[in-house]
Design a binder for this molecule. Structure first.
Ligand SMILES: [Mg+2]
Length: 299
């Protein structure tokens, strides 16, 4: 893993900028309309099945969708998401009344706090080392999820105006994919959809966290006000802000509108230096409004 990460980073560091602008684009749920089908048909059904939540399935589903699609934790790592979902579920009066037994997340949380990256393989390695049975349900769930994703996630479309936006961006900027998907899968998916030609390189999960990916590509090369990240999750926003750059949100539920906005005005403002300030602030406000922190059932 260490050697592999170093190799991927080396490739990124060896790029010579062709322009003075960096545009980073997230893939899953941003370029591809994948989040709804992936969570509603793959992650959530397996959450109910593998963690034995059948008796509270209605509430488990609400919690899963809130954590992964419609709140500030949208797009987070699967093991962090499952922990958060189980905690929220355990607090619900309906679940307490039904006396549903929820698996303990203690060992998983302790592992997650000291591990990077949080991959299924890293969890299996930890289980083999410790033999702690509390990891078992989460390993089972993760395997079930991968199988469901393979079976169900076919023909996932691009959002409208993605191609138009990338085609405008690549004229003046070096465009990179910044994603937590494996690099080879990114290359395949973007090539199949005829959009890989718009980017300089795909930075996948092997490079590290998104903030590290952006740093690896941009450090010492692009001025912060000439760096823009396009993403659909708060993690994308945090990653570019950790590198002092600018953010354009593809607001969940209104993706078509926001890709069109990026093509018609966002990129032009980025290139002519009128993006930072009031324009970006208004976009960030819209983004925050659509992803609350507190669940609706608590209000
Ligand atoms: Mg995303």
């Amino acid at each position: 893993m260490e050697i592999q990460q170093a190799d991927y980073r080396q490739v990124l560091r060896s790029f010579e900028p062709q322009t003075e602008f960096f545009v980073g684009v997230d893939s899953d749920g941003c370029v591809f309309d994948s989040m709804e089908v992936k969570h509603k048909e793959c992650f959530c059904p397996m959450f109910i099945k593998a963690l034995k939540l059948q008796s509270v399935s209605k509430f488990a589903r609400e919690v899963w969708e809130f954590v992964n699609l419609y709140s500030q934790t949208r797009g987070s790592n699967r093991f962090l998401a499952v922990t958060r979902a189980l905690k929220l579920l355990g607090e619900r009066p309906e679940v307490i009344k039904r006396k549903c037994h929820l698996p303990s997340t203690e060992a998983l949380e302790e592992w997650a706090a000291r591990t990077n990256p949080l991959t299924p393989a890293a969890l299996v390695a930890e289980f083999e080392r410790t033999k702690n049975p509390d990891f078992q349900p989460f390993m089972d769930w993760s395997v079930d999820v991968n199988r469901a994703v393979k079976e169900i996630m076919k023909g996932v479309p691009l959002f409208p105006y993605v191609k138009e936006s990338l085609d405008i961006a690549r004229v003046k900027a070096d465009v990179f994919i910044v994603s937590q998907t494996p690099t080879e899968a990114l290359k395949r998916e973007w090539t199949e959809n005829q959009i890989y030609q718009y980017v300089r390189y795909a930075a996948g999960q092997e490079v590290g966290k998104k903030s590290e990916q952006i740093r690896c590509i941009t450090e010492g090369r692009y001025a912060p006000e000439k760096m823009l990240m396009v993403g659909d999750s708060p993690g994308d926003l945090k990653a570019i802000k950790a590198n002092n750059g600018l953010f354009f949100p593809i607001v969940p539920g209104r993706e078509d509108e926001y890709w069109k906005k990026l093509a018609e005005e966002g990129l032009e403002r980025f290139f002519n230096g009128t993006y930072k300030g009031a324009y970006e602030d208004a976009l960030l406000k819209e983004f925050a409004n659509c992803l609350p922190s507190d669940p609706p059932w608590k209000q």
